[in-house]
Write a protein that binds this ligand. Structure first.
Ligand code: NAD
Length: 503
């Protein structure tokens, strides 16, 4: 039996045990040959796509945006069927956010990826310097199941705007969303008679993702767990294939005693429970100043007990997507309770949309000996802990191997600045949570074990580009002063120049 990742891991995939085929008997894992063929087809398409100007790419990708906007009902249906989330979450957090991102790229890609003149400095004043952002080639994208549309489309669109073509391997848990993405690109290609093969989709379990990493793609954009991300990076290092890794988090929310408690409580409930807590940048642990702790907890419990969890429109949250995740949440809850935590509301087994889920849970009496405060739970739990002063609040927030998102809640700009500056995270939200992801101009990504590289914003586009530096000669002189034969005056003159420039 060929093990693809650590056999002790929970997410171990083996070729004999296809998770895709267990979860979706209607589908089959792509073979190595099929993955390689998809990459070859993508490369063929790249030879034409990469020759377009940025403007021409924008005009084409605008058509894709329109096609998505005209297909929202069909896309929502597939997302809801694959994930169990409520329709409004699919509509707002997946489709709307994606369309806004595409629009932002349309309006900014020229400025970001156009050739850039740079100053050449005093000594090189007779040269002209230019930076070019060229496409990499074929980008392999591997995506997770929690936001299967936006977490595929974000990197896909960045790659395409930058002139690359794409092969995407959607999560085996939510493959139909990936298939739908492929259909949309095909549809646009067929409608306009070109670039039908811009995006190839290969479905399959984890090992199919590994085929893609090994297939000779020019970059891998991976979104998923830390464990798989490390493995992907190790495999990619064999061929020095560059990677961007968007991984998990254990995101802290710190509420100071001068915060707007009502707003912070509502923010915590949304941040922890939207998408049933299955969000990489969800609020996973809350630290509240001791002076307002009881009041804050009371409000959070009140709001949580009123949440409507169920199927379809009119609900606040839907189902957990699959049993494996529900089991992790149950394990963390049990570990916390065994170590002395108190569950104030929720944490019960419920069936939503025919899926085993957990009712949204609020916990107190938690500490950092518990998995629920240190490991990614990725479910509807909200553990709340007390702190005494800003220093302790910051120390607790930074006590993690992760560093994806974080938030601070206060009215005092000096204290806010202290947290913004010192939080060990790729993203900080002030008096809000998670919202940085929806601001297309803000690069998104993590520090520490939450990842490498960025999506969104300028950095996201450049992540998908090859940077080329070009130095032009301006005057076409017969020789340059440092060329051979070396003049006898060069050495003393260089010494004088160094002294002069560093006086
Ligand atoms: P996962 O790591 O199990 O799987 C992610 C993808 O990797 C899937 O498509 C899977 O098939 C593939 N994969 C599995 N084994 C592989 C291998 N050996 N080689 C190549 N690919 C392989 O993660 P998941 O459970 O799908 O997603 C949840 C995780 O993703 C959470 O940790 C969450 O925090 C993280 N996440 C991060 C972000 C972010 O932007 N930082 C966004 C969403 C989710």
């Amino acid at each position: 039996m060929t093990s693809v990742i650590d056999p002790k891991s929970e997410t171990v995939e083996t070729k004999q045990m296809s998770l895709l085929e267990q979860l979706h008997p209607d589908l089959k894992d792509a073979t190595v040959d099929e993955v390689n063929k998809a990459v070859a087809t993508s490369r063929e398409c790249f030879s034409k796509w990469s020759k377009l100007t940025i403007r021409e790419r924008v005009l084409y990708l605008r058509k894709v945006r329109k096609e998505i906007a005209n297909s929202i009902d069909e896309i929502v249906d597939v997302i809801v069927a694959d994930t169990g989330k409520i329709p409004v979450e699919a509509l707002v957090n997946e489709i709307l956010v994606t369309l806004e991102l595409i629009k932002w790229y349309e309006n900014n890609v020229d400025r970001i990826l156009g050739n850039q003149r740079v100053s050449t400095g005093l000594l090189m004043a007779h040269k002209r310097g230019e930076i070019r952002y060229q496409p990499l080639g074929v980008v392999g994208i591997i995506s997770p199941w929690n936001y299967p549309l936006t977490l595929s489309m974000g990197p896909i669109m960045a790659a395409l705007f930058a002139g690359n073509t794409v092969v995407v391997k959607p999560s085996e848990v939510t493959p139909h969303v990936g298939i739908k993405v492929g259909e949309i690109f095909k549809r646009v290609g067929q409608k306009y008679g070109e670039f039908e093969n811009l995006v190839q989709v290969v479905v399959g379990s984890g090992f199919v993702g590994e085929y893609l990493v090994r297939s000779g793609v020019d970059k891998v954009a991976f979104t998923g767990s830390v464990k798989t991300g490390k493995h992907v990076m190790a495999v990619a290092s064999e061929t020095l294939t560059p990677v961007v890794l968007e991984l998990g988090g254990k995101d802290p929310m710190v509420v100071l005693e001068d915060a707007n408690i009502d707003r912070a409580a509502r923010g915590a409930v949304w941040g922890a429970f939207t998408n049933s807590g299955q969000t990489c940048m969800a609020v996973e642990r809350v630290y509240v100043h001791e002076k307002i702790f009881d009041k804050f907890v009371e409000k959070v419990v009140d709001l949580t007990s009123k949440l409507r969890q169920g199927e379809g429109s009119g609900m606040d949250l839907g189902a957990m997507t699959w049993q494996r995740q529900t089991d992790i949440v149950k394990r963390h809850l049990k570990d916390a309770v065994d170590r002395g935590a108190k569950v104030l509301v929720g944490g019960e087994d419920v069936i939503v949309n025919s899926r085993a889920s957990i009712s949204p849970a609020v916990l107190v009496d938690v500490d950092h000996t518990m998995d629920i405060m240190t490991q990614e739970t990725f479910g509807p739990v909200l553990p709340i802990m007390k702190f005494k002063d800003d220093e302790e609040g910051l120390k607790l927030a930074n006590d993690s191997v992760y560093g994806l998102n974080s938030s601070v809640w206060s009215k005092n700009s000096t204290r806010i600045e202290y947290f913004v500056r010192n939080m060990q995270a790729g993203n900080v939200c002030v008096n809000d949570t998670m919202v940085s992801y929806a601001i297309s101009a803000l690069p998104f990504g993590g520090v520490r074990e939450s990842g490498i590289g960025r999506t969104h914003g300028e950095e996201g586009l450049r992540e998908m580009s090859q940077i080329k530096s070009v130095a032009y000669d301006r005057f076409n002189l017969k020789t340059e002063i440092q060329w051979m034969p070396i003049a006898s005056w060069l050495e003393p003159m260089a010494k004088k120049l160094i002294k002069f420039r560093n006086r």
